[in-house]
Design a protein around this ligand. Sequence first.
Ligand SMILES: Cc1cc2nc3c(=O)[nH]c(=O)nc-3n(C[C@H](O)[C@H](O)[C@H](O)COP(=O)(O)OP(=O)(O)OC[C@H]3O[C@@H](n4cnc5c(N)ncnc54)[C@H](O)[C@@H]3O)c2cc1C
Length: 257
Amino acid sequence: MKIFVIMKRTFDTEEKIVINNGKISEDGAEFIINPYDEYAIEEAIQLKDKHGGEVTVVTIGNEDSEKELRTALAMGADKAVLINIEDDIEDGDQFTTASVLGEYFKGQEYDIILGGNVAIDGGSGQVGPRLAEALQINYVTTITKLDINGNTAVIGRDVEGDSEVVEASLPLLVTAQQGLNEPRYPSLPGIMKAKKKPLDELELDDLDIDEDDVAAKTKTLEIYLPPQKAAGKVLSGELNDQVKELVKLLQTEAKVI
Ligand SMILES: Cc1cc2nc3c(=O)[nH]c(=O)nc-3n(C[C@H](O)[C@H](O)[C@H](O)COP(=O)(O)OP(=O)(O)OC[C@H]3O[C@@H](n4cnc5c(N)ncnc54)[C@H](O)[C@@H]3O)c2cc1C
């Protein structure tokens, strides 16, 4: 089975985020595999264990993305591909990402492509569906269960807390939701083996892509952090007095009654 994972390197949103000149500052930021993509990688490895074949992890990024690709290889992927766009494209958007991936996959044989349901930084959830559209293949989003039998996939998906079961034929693209599996940590032997696994680097020229054809269709005008929350107030004293004080504050300070 030819299994691919599309993986995004994201900054860790659990860490402090600093904005400089309307962009999230990369200085001092921690970078990780997008957490939803970890589910995709884990599922891909489990599919390989069950059905045989090969797992290839693909990312669009720059040479810093090699670290996250090596982590995916250490988890158990067989091959990694870095599409390095650093020298060619300054501002990309979801159209750029999906179009570049589309050109890459037009030159590949694949049975299934797995991705994350959403990136925790950009957060549009567009790349998977846009890629499937570009390739004219079936796609199912936010999946929590995947069983493949021959050419047919039976998929459980999360629908705002409810579940839906969908059947689709391969080739197929799916995007992973929390609950699909428990991603493994890379083992020490896995980390050692990963150093020798193939990691290919491609540029737009290798894919015969003209940068104008994948130029962004949207422009981010502003990025800002939410306003700092004012500290809360703790009332003390007799309960009756506290209630009176609370009502007064709701009228005069919060102005909600
Ligand atoms: C050349 C380039 C320049 C960019 N410049 C800017 C910029 O100046 N400002 C800015 O704010 N953003 C920039 N971006 C980021 C871009 O706008 C989006 O973050 C990116 O297209 C993904 O969209 P998303 O984060 O909404 O992902 P989603 O659509 O939410 O991601 C869903 C899933 O798609 C897959 N995926 C997403 N991105 C990638 C990837 N890069 N490689 C492989 N798989 C992926 C993953 O499986 C992910 O879980 C740039 C991107 C590129 C390619």
